[in-house]
Design a protein around this ligand. Sequence first.
Ligand code: UGA
Length: 415
Amino acid sequence: MKKVGVVGVGYVGLTQAIGMAQLGHSVIAYDIDQAKIEKLNKGNSPFFEPGLEEALVDAQSKNLISFSSDADNFINAEYIFLCLPTPQDEDGSADLTYLLEAVSNIRNVLKPNSYLIIKSTVPVNAWKQVEQIVKRDDVFVISNPEFLREGSALFDFHNPDRIVIGATNKELGQIVAELYENIPSTILLTDNTSAELIKYAANSFLAMKLSFVNDIAALSDNLNASSSDVLKGVGLDKRIGNKFLTPGPGWGGSCFPKDVRALVNIADKEKIMMPLLSAALKSNASAQDRVVDKVLKYFNQKTDAKVAILGLAFKANTDDFRNSPAVKIANNLKEKGFEVRCYDPQIKKHATLATFESIHEVVNEADMLLILTEWDDFRQLDPKEISRNMQGRVILDTRHVLNRPTWELHKFRFL
Ligand code: UGA
């Protein structure tokens, strides 16, 4: 059992803290947000993430985890994970203010020979800035990027494809690797800079892949080809792989858009041309526009219809709608004059959009059903029941969640 500290209890930090406790380590997690700490100490997660709250309560009952807004509690921690947000600056680069502030807040309480481990996604060479602020020869700065997906964060923690640990020498990396010894996974020991770049390269590659997938799906639709067969056929090539091939209304969330732009910024500074990244961003904006254009085309550019939207989260199994294509599309349709009614199983309030409590209410007298997030609940919809409430019989299912032949039997038409 090692003594672990976690700074910042957002998605990444809370998952890291609970995951470490589940591995049997003793964890103290810190955040400046006192309200969040109080909530966590009562066993409540500040956000929805499958299985996380149950795991939190379990770790608390075993006294393996505690939360505090007092940095002095890190005095005994041997391994401290930095899990602070690194939001996007105006020029697309990552803003390190929160991370560096946190480091300067805790630097004096760090135990000699402790490991300060950067989990947050940070620009290449940020570890050097962290070292400069720590200014201590007896604290080792390690880069250990996270690869968790929201919606399956805890599962991903325990089942990673790889664990990347960057350190100034392999021995230090090896010691940090021991924290994860109960996780069966490939461990890649490397230097700090490479570890930081791996994270950006992986997220950007995935975003580029999805942009290509969305463009191929649009082209298939135009050519009356089956996009699902085309993508299945492509994915059966093992060199390409069959994962991350599902088209949608564009990719979003708190990571891909920010990380692709940050990598553009890093490459620009190095004067390395990376046109694929800019193209991926452009393609992603087009994917969202294509959805709006299809709606406009169907209604002959008349914008007084009622559109029922299913899904606001940027993907299923999360209540996160940061950079959600669904929200962008819904707002865009609303601005054009449509009556936009939204339903999401986990998002019951939104600043600019009208949300409804049930699918039954949201589809009431709607002229079109627009599916933007792939929640499992939507797969179970009953066409008979929907047709009783809806006025129109047209569906735009951007996530391919409905079984078309069944719905077509009930006279629904798919755009
Ligand atoms: C992403 C990466 O997948 C994680 O490995 C990484 O750790 C994380 O960013 C991060 O940097 O913190 P996440 O943003 O939670 O994870 O979500 P993904 O599951 O990757 O989905 C991103 C977007 O792609 C969503 O809008 C999703 O709907 C879309 N997507 C994903 C598709 O449209 N089709 C797919 O087949 C897969």
